[in-house]
Design a protein around this ligand. Sequence first.
Ligand code: BEZ
Length: 157
Amino acid sequence: MINVGDKLPEATFSVLTYEGMENPTTADLFANKTVVLFAVPGAFTPTCSESHLPGYVVLADQIKAKGVDSIICLSVNDAFVMQAWGEMQNANELIMLADGDGSFTKAIGLGKETGSFGGYRSSRYAMIVKDGVVTHLNVEPEKTFGESSAETMLELL
Ligand code: BEZ
């Protein structure tokens, strides 16, 4: 599993913006930037929709006021699903990032097999990344929520 002090691996993601489908790489998203990335097991799932994502929407301005260039919500879903979820949640200040094939999630060792629920998915976690290097990492124990919340990450900034 990736740890504090490690550099994020190279990967290519998908994101659907007003300009259309884009495929940013790790370097595009993280080089020379301070980024808060949080990851969820699935778009539209209960804790993710009722608590995790809304917390970041509400605190986005406060998080960015601490010098954060971007806030990324990542899931092993496709970019159309991520865009629709973000639009429904008014997450226009966030990057709704699709790790469609789970390759980034696998490379950092923060995924899990959920079987008939949805196959390979991300664990729930949040990290602060400076110029591609992880400076804080909070992974939620199974079926809990708090360590990766927007409130917790704001306190760490
Ligand atoms: C939830 O967000 O509550 C959730 C995510 C994945 C599976 C089940 C529930």
